[in-house]
Design a protein. Sequence first.
Lengths: 410, 425
Amino acid sequence: MSVFVSYLRRAPVRDHAGRRIGVVKDLVVHQGATLPEIEGVVVKRPRDLIYIPFQELEEVERGDVRLRLDEERLRPSPPPEDQLFLLRDLLDAQVVDTTGAKVVRVNDIVLTTKGDHLLVSGLDIGPWGLMRRMGWARLFAGLVRILGLKVPEGIVSWDNVAPFDKDPSMVQLTVAQDKLVRMHPADLAEIIEEMGHQQRQRLYEGLSDAQLADLIEESDPDMQTSILTELEPERAADVLEEMEPDEAADVLQDLPDAEAEALIELMTPDEAAEVRQLLTYEEDTAGAMMTTSYLSVSDDWTVQQAVDWFRVQEPDVEIMAYFYLTDKAGKLSGVVSVRRILLAQPTVRMQDLSPPVLYSANADSSSREVTELISRYNLTALPVEDAHGKLVGVISVHDVLDRLLEPDEE
Amino acid sequence: MLALKHRQARGTFNWQTIVLFLSVIGPGIITANVDNDAGGITAYSLAGAQFGRAFLWTLIPITVALVIVQEMSARMGAVTGKGFSDLIRERFGVRWTFYILLALFFANLGNTCAEFSGVAASLEIFGVSKYVSVPLVAAFVWWLVVKGSYKRVEKIFLVACLFYVTYVISGVMAASHWAPVLKATVTPTWSFKSDYIGMLIGVIGTTIAPWMQFYIQSSVVDKRIQAKDYWLTRWDVVIGCFVTDIVAFFIIVACAETIFPHGIAVNTAKDAALALKPLAGQWASALFAYGLFNASVFAASILPLSTAYSICEGMGWESGVDHTFQEAPMFYGIYTGLIGLGAALVLIPNAPLIGIMYWSQVANGILLPFILIFMLLLVNRKRLMGEYVNGPVLNVVSWALTAFLIVITVALVVTTLFPSLLGAH
């Protein structure tokens, strides 16, 4: 049996003898094994508020709550603090519908009995719930029938929602955290646009540095800087280290110089140096677009050497499809796709697998030139050299796509 | 400024503070400039033209009231990170929210209508028929916002607001003696004449309007201003309020010096433009038309959009121009409806324009007391605001202010509904 919370709100509460003792003011829940479980009812009597544990209830029905005992035998206790109250804390709150990755509002709450327990099984986020709350449910149902409309039910199960706290300073809905954390960073990036900063702050606490780095990479430029400034500087530096260096540099570029410098100071020296180097390139150049996360080996190695090196190092880089070859001076001398390596004999020298024509960009080529080059020759990645021909980075087609899709603000 | 006392540790004003300030500045100043929209310019012009300097003194209490009210909204935005309609929904439930947002819709429909009348009036000075100007501007505004280029154009609007400087110059040129002007500014006068009280209600009503509370809070949230940087936003709000009222001051002075002495009845935009004659001579009409046009289009770009956002947020419907029509049908429906209806009502021959303004005025009036009471209840809620609740002094002042504004708006609603009451005095 299911019942909507809107039908219980202000419903009369009667004792065993059928005498009315008050009305339902709120329902107190606690996290059960799977679903939140009703623990008791806050009843508003003419003079005071009392709390009645769920065990004392005999019947909970639409518009009616009946107790097991007579009023005289009740041992009234004050409502518990620090508990989740359904009406106060959950009804009308914002929730993330994690299946659709959108932020909606709780219009009503569905309670379902299971054995002796009453559980929060789902939330009504659709028009029916809204109409029920307004007291127009019948009118709406009639209208829908006359017009022959199809109005979706709009109830999502508890597993697929992550509610936000109404009063962000009061942490109540910790359950919600886990569900958000499991969302894809790209979906989460859209959700956080609609969160308040305290809600975001709480979310950050639930995310690992790596997840936070992913989230930043998926967010709009405006949001990226907001996230960094909302984090504690030490944490922000840790997260920057987790990010691809080029992404980190992009975000830092948008911060005021002093703040960016302060964060770089907190990073490990290696990462900091890399980011600093990337920051020296002008905006809209190949240098600013490229990543420094790619595979590079010496051009006189054999395929076997390269494969062994890869197995030992297990590098986890952004550009995984190519091995870039450099000579003794670090100059770019070739490129070999992973496909060719897999097909090649182990004794073949890497240099011999490299194609005769090698496309590359200069670190200060414009982003336009890069785009044209990648598009004309159907490349998936383009190596970047500095003024002396040294290999300094690689631009992937994703970087170009991001650039093209960026809103052309200012 | 009571509101300025705060326990928040604040940095000294150094170079970094200025950079930070520039990053939070905006919500207060934009709200203030939109406040001087078609309705605002009209009200101040009429006040100066009909009553000379008699209304100057009211600007000081109005500024204080405006700062108090706007500051609380901005503070709620910075502390909670949520919009005003969000907070009303979460605290007071769906019914209150629905009726308040319904009233907001009608109030802002009237306001939008007023902006389009401003467009029509200003371009008629240049001989452009309203049947051409209004649909074009409506389509332009709609396109501007839906295509997401509004943010860029906002700066153009803001720069164009420098037009108000012309009132300052004109006022300065027209006022030969400043002593009486300044004296009038600090000397409260009062009259129980019906037209005086009617005008007072009009001036207050146009300066402190319900939409501003929704708008300023949302823009603080949009800017992602955090509680720790809030003390800078407070300056943004204060500066904005002063800008609004300094402009109002000079509009009144200019009209009081140029139109009032000649006893000219201001019936059209051309008449109101006389106030700019000391500065612009024969170009006064053109200059006035340009200023009115900018103010009207600026407000017309903001009002429908902010209304659609507030309603959808409160009701829990998808909102935002980065969604498609299919994803956010209510949002686009409300937004398009406000612009479409607002523009159409101005164009319908023999349209009940007066009737619409009238009901919009009533909706604004009914809404304001609720808005203020809800705002005070929310801003004092410890669970929500933590240490940022109002202090005791601010509470006394703001509840008193709310009571006064309620009396004024009840008077406004009653006199709008029963105009004979005032006349009977």
